[in-house]
Design a binder for this molecule. Sequence first.
Ligand SMILES: OC[C@@H]1[C@H](O)[C@H](O)[C@@H](O)CN1C(=S)Nc1ccc(F)cc1
Length: 391
Amino acid sequence: LDNGLALTPPMGWLSWERFRCNVDCKNDPDNCISERLYMKMADLMVTEGFKDAGYEYVNIDDCWPSMERDSEGRLVADPLRFPSGIKALAHYVHSKGLKLGIYEDFGSKTCAGYPGSEFYMETDAKTFASWDVDMVKFDGCNSDPKDMPYGYPVMEHFLNMTGRPILFLCQWPGYLVGKGVKSNYALIAKSCNLWRNFGDVTDSWPSVLGIVDYYGNNHGNFSYFAKPGAWNDPDMLVVGDFGLSYYQQQAQFGMWALFAAPLMMSVDLRSVTPEAKAILLNKNIIAINQDPLGNQAVRLFEVPGSISVWVKKLALPKPGTVAIGILNKDDAGVPVKYKTSFQDLGFTNKGGYSVTEAFENKPMGSFALSQAFTISVDPTSLFMMIAQPRP
Ligand SMILES: OC[C@@H]1[C@H](O)[C@H](O)[C@@H](O)CN1C(=S)Nc1ccc(F)cc1
């Protein structure tokens, strides 16, 4: 969507995967969906260095509103859980130099059964702008997927008419998967700054691999529609949660960097471990994700159940630079040894490449174009290197 926003993939924090629809503030005040939770996470994004690393959105998801709209048909935040209101919360988040995201749904109700935006899109767009909200995630539950190619552009129009720059996250293509309705990615990229095109991530390695496979298969060639202002969204990061091993957390972070995905953490920043924090703050990997060229990685090939090789073109530190990821899905004990050369990978720079391992920023030396080299990739891990063309 050409609204001047998201020129690089958005970065931030989103409550859903880690906090879900916990509305029991009476018995669980520290973890329920409330203004206190978002204010706390905003505070920690600043004090723990996430803001400095580029994370800027603090996003509310489902379950925030009252079950009833007001007499003017406007959405109202739950008064017990958001007593100050969304506008005050937005101002608090802005006072920290961050941005606030909110959630609604194209249908009659949200996925969790809260009031949806159907028949209220103009009202809701105006309400969000009046609250100084910076991003809207527009879900697709309880709606007819056939209406989405008409409805999502209309919501974008209403948001645009408010005159406030608001990042628009569409769930549109994700609801067309398996419905026999082909996604029109040209129209989607014209109407949305980012779009979820597959199922919800959960806190598990199989869930992450399912998304990786979908992106590798690239049905409808959606990866070619990624560009500044328009991004494929493989859903949240679960780095720092419970289900992934250290190396699997590193692998998700690296793969999302290669996807040019929004980097939306869904983690309790009050208890994130130093290891998980180091992954989330890895400057080298964030630079791959935020590269100004806005190219999304494609999978060159895959050995089923074993390694797959992914390439993302970069503009920095100089044109011709590429990030190369080698993902090993194999969980049978020993590392997989992968022998190749830049020529075998389809590269052509006559001077060869100088290579750095990306996670630890360790120089690997220079390789002539046809020079063979072997990479050892540990089980359920990602090896990531940056290759710069040599003159
Ligand atoms: O309720 C909101 C929640 C989150 O916003 C996700 O990111 C969205 O993809 C939608 N969503 C959920 S749980 N959607 C959903 C997930 C599984 C299901 F069987 C029915 C609905």
